[in-house]
Design a binder for this molecule. Structure first.
Ligand SMILES: *Cc1c(COP(=O)(O)O)cnc(C)c1O
Length: 393
C-alpha cells in the first residue's frame, strides 16, 4: 500500500499523487466510500484479513479507504511509516497518550500546550493514576529535574498555541534518547510542510487536521503518525474505543493536503509581512512571530522550520479592555475560535480560550490580558493591513 514509486518524490508530488487505486470507473478524483463494513470473497480471506495476514478493509471503525489514503499520505509527508486518522485533534492527542501510558506512569509536558491537552493531562489522566509534570519547554536545563523513575513520555507543542513559544526539537530528541522516553510532538501549527519532528527523534507526531490540514474551516479531524511499532497501540486504541474519522471528512482532508504547500507558502508570506509591518507601529507592543529576529526562539525556529508559520501575536497597550475593543472594531477579519483557515481569524485568548485560567496561570504561559492572536488567512495582505489598522485606530 505504501507506494514505493512515490517514496523518492518531492513533498508536493506525494501530497497530490499518493491516492487510492481506481475503483474500475477510471475516476481521476478519488471517490468517497460511505460504507460501514466491507465484504470478503470467502471465509479464508475473511480469516486472513482479521488476522492481519492480508491487507483489507473490515469495518469503518477500524479503517476505510478514505481514512487509509489520508493516513498513508500524512505518514509519507511526516517522513515516517504509518498513520492513524481519528475524529478530532483531541482524540489524536488522547489516543497517543492512552496507547502508551498506564496507571503509575509519569509524563513531562511543556507548559505551553493547547488548552484541552492541558485539561486532559490535569483532570483526566490523574483519574487513571497517570501524573504529569509541566516544564518550561524553552528552558532545557530545567527538564532533568522533572525526570522520575516512571517517566515514559515527553509531550510538547512547537510553535505553541497561543504564545508561539519555540522548543528546540533537536534538544528534546537527545534528552528523550538519554532518558529512554517517548517523544511526542503536536505538529499542528507548523504542519509537515514546515517542520518534520520525526527527523529530530520524535516517536509520534499528532495533528489537529481541523486547522491547516483542512485549511478551509470545514471539518474536524485528527491524525497520529509514527513507526509501525509505536503506532500499533494507537491503532488498537482507535479500534477498541471508536473515535473514528468519517469517510467524508477523510476525503475532504486528503483533498486538502493536495494544496497544503501552496496554502502554507501564502499563509507564511502574509503572516511575515503583517508581523514585520506591525512591529514598526507605535500603537502595539511585543509583536511575536517565529521568524522575526526579535523572537527569542528565532534561531531555533530557523533551524527546524522552513518558514515561520501562519500565526503571529501582539499586545494591545490598553490590556483586556483595549483587546476587546480591538476585536469589536474589525470589519474584515473573523472573530472565531478556529485557526489555519483561508480567512484571517483574530482571537483574544484572555477573554475566551484561556478565561478559565487564573491571571497568574495565564501569565505563566505567556498570555497577557492584551494579547491578540492572529491566524493569517489567504486574503490580500493590503486588505488585512487596512482592517487591522482601522481597528487599532
Ligand atoms: C486545535 C488544536 C488541537 C485540538 O484539535 P481539535 O481538532 O479541535 O480536536 C490540538 N492541538 C493544537 C495545537 C490545536 O491547535
Amino acid at each position: 500500500m505504501y507506494k514505493r514509486f512515490f517514496m523518492k518524490k518531492q513533498f508536493e508530488t506525494r501530497a497530490i499523487r499518493l491516492q487510492n487505486e481506481q475503483t474500475g470507473e477510471r475516476e481521476h478524483s478519488v471517490p468517497i466510500f460511505p460504507t460501514s463494513s466491507f465484504t470478503f470473497n470467502n471465509a479464508e480471506q475473511m480469516r486472513a484479513v482479521f488476522a492481519s495476514e492480508e491487507e483489507g478493509n473490515i469495518y469503518s471503525r477500524f479503517t476505510n479507504p478514505n481514512c487509509r489514503e489520508l493516513e498513508i499520505k500524512m505518514a509519507s509527508l511526516e517522513e515516517t511509516e504509518a498513520g492513524v486518522a481519528l475524529a478530532s485533534g483531541m482524540s489524536a492527542v488522547f489516543g497517543a497518550l492512552m496507547g502508551h501510558l498506564k496507571a503509575g506512569d509519569h509524563l513531562i509536558c511543556s507548559r505551553a500546550v493547547f488548552g484541552s491537552t492541558y485539561q486532559v493531562l490535569m483532570n483526566w489522566l490523574p483519574r487513571w493514576g497517570i501524573e504529569t509534570t509541566f516544564v518550561d519547554g524553552t528552558a532545557p536545563s530545567t527538564w532533568t529535574k522533572a525526570v522520575q523513575k516512571n517517566t515514559k513520555m515527553f509531550f510538547l507543542e512547537t510553535p505553541s498555541n497561543p504564545g508561539l513559544d519555540i522548543i528546540d526539537l533537536e534538544q528534546v530528541g537527545s534528552f528523550c534518547r538519554a532518558h529512554e522516553i517517548l517523544m511526542v510532538v503536536d505538529n499542528c501549527f507548523a504542519t509537515p510542510y514546515l517542520q518534520r519532528p520525526m527527523n529530530f527523534g520524535a516517536h509520534l507526531v499528532t495533528h489537529s487536521a481541523t486547522k491547516f490540514i483542512d485549511g478551509q474551516g470545514r471539518v474536524i479531524g485528527g491524525l497520529v503518525v509514527g513507526s509501525y511499532e509505536h503506532l500499533a497501540p494507537v491503532q488498537r486504541f482507535l479500534r477498541n474505543t471508536g473515535p473514528a474519522l468519517s469517510p467524508f471528512n477523510a476525503w475532504i482532508l486528503s483533498k486538502s493536503l493536495e494544496t497544503l504547500s501552496v496554502r502554507m507558502d501564502r499563509h507564511c508570506a502574509n503572516a511575515l509581512a503583517l508581523a514585520e509591518w506591525m512591529n514598526g507601529l507605535e500603537m502595539v507592543k511585543n509583536v511575536r512571530y517565529p521568524f522575526l529576529s526579535s523572537h527569542p526562539g528565532s534561531t531555533i525556529a530557523k533551524k527546524q522550520m522552513s518558514q515561520g508559520g501562519g500565526l503571529f501575536t501582539f499586545e494591545m497597550k490598553g490590556g483586556l479592555a483595549a483587546g476587546k475593543l480591538f476585536l469589536d472594531n474589525l470589519q474584515l477579519c473573523s472573530l472565531s475560535a478556529n485557526l489555519g483557515d483561508t480567512r484571517t481569524i483574530v482571537t483574544h485568548p484572555a477573554s475566551t480560550t484561556h478565561n478559565k485560567l487564573t491571571p497568574e496561570d495565564r501569565e505563566m504561559v505567556g498570555i497577557t490580558d492584551g494579547l491578540i492572536r492572529v491566524s493569517v488567512g489567504l486574503e490580500h495582505v493590503e486588505d488585512l493591513k487596512a482592517d487591522l489598522l482601522q481597528s487599532l485606530r
